[in-house]
Design a protein around this ligand. Structure first.
Ligand code: G1P
Length: 300
């Protein structure tokens, strides 16, 4: 029997410089995909996988994230008075149970590994999930739920991976692949943001992890790696000396909302997956593309 995964960590301290000026006064995690903030999708995925406690590692200017996961009394009163029961239900559906969220601040931007380490006291000595909210993972069964199968079989640590074109490996953590069974494969190595020539594969670490608490002991050494930052990938490589890591190929589509094209594509894909929006939106999209292609042909 493996220990159940009860807690999930969401690092949300990043500055979001790639989305300035939108992120000047608003956290990038609150940018909307259709009509929900990006962070909500990751929280929903965690909840679907049975997570009971949501740990947010925030930074300055991020308090609106805590507000988002709280009751907005005036708003609810007004909606109630106006008989807007559908909207009220929508708000309640997304609201975590009282006492199931924790917020801590990463005081300095020292890297993802440092952000995760900031959650150590709240997580305690139990395995936990780590979700990078920038990566929106669209699938009928959420990515974390998919990973639990491998976790129940192998225990230890589990990472979601997926293939990317070789010229993109330098933007991600990359794993090396060992023997495989029907739940996943043994990870035999990993490297953060390698040069394409040094990458052991084109399988990226795609932003969902199940980790054992010993990762905190390694992160507490504050060793820096790629980009001069404290990296989760380096700490995991260390932990791999004594613990198993299993790679799970995510069955679905990932949108990297840390980049503009990924964020825009996510909006299109999630809108097309919504029965209330898809029909009208699809027609608009066709029209936009037709007009764009025609203008392009004219200019050639
Ligand atoms: C982080 C991780 C990297 C992972 C990526 C997924 O990098 O360090 O291993 O592949 O997230 O988005 P970042 O995007 O924070 O540079």
């Amino acid at each position: 029997m493996v220990n159940r995964i009860r807690k999930a960590v969401f690092p949300v301290a990043g500055l979001g410089t790639r989305f300035l000026p939108a992120t000047k006064a608003m956290p990038k995690e609150m940018l909307t995909v259709v009509d929900r903030p990006i962070i909500q999708y990751a929280v929903d995925e965690a909840r679907e996988a049975g997570i009971e406690h949501f740990v947010f590692v925030t930074g300055r200017n991020k308090s609106v994230i805590a507000d988002h996961f709280d009751i907005q009394v005036e708003l609810e009163m007004t909606l109630g008075e106006r008989g807007k029961t559908k909207e009220l239900e929508l708000l309640h559906r997304d609201l975590p149970e009282p006492g199931t969220t924790s917020f801590t601040r990463q005081q300095s931007p020292l890297g993802l590994g440092h952000a995760v380490w900031c959650a150590r006291d709240i997580v305690g000595r139990e395995p936990f999930a780590l979700l990078l909210p920038d990566m929106l993972m669209q699938a009928p069964t959420g990515c974390l739920s998919q990973m639990l199968r491998a976790y129940e079989r192998h225990g230890g640590n589990v990472i979601a991976v997926e293939e990317v074109p070789h010229d993109q490996v330098g933007s991600y953590g990359i794993v090396a692949k060992g023997e495989e069974d029907e739940t996943g494969f043994r990870i035999t190595g990993m490297v953060e943001k390698p040069k394409p020539a040094d990458a052991p594969s084109n399988l990226i670490i795609s932003g969902r992890y199940i980790l054992q608490p010993e990762i905190f002991d390694i992160l507490s050494r504050h060793e820096t790696g790629a980009g001069g930052e404290i990296q989760v990938t380096d700490a995991m490589l260390r932990l791999m000396e004594t613990q198993r890591f299993t790679g799970v190929r995510f069955d679905g589509k990932t949108y990297d909302c840390g980049a503009k094209v990924g964020f825009l594509a996510a909006n299109v894909a999630y809108a097309l997956a919504r029965p209330d929006i898809a029909p009208g939106f699809r027609a608009e999209l066709r029209d936009i593309l037709d007009r764009y292609d025609m203008a392009l042909a004219d200019s050639e």
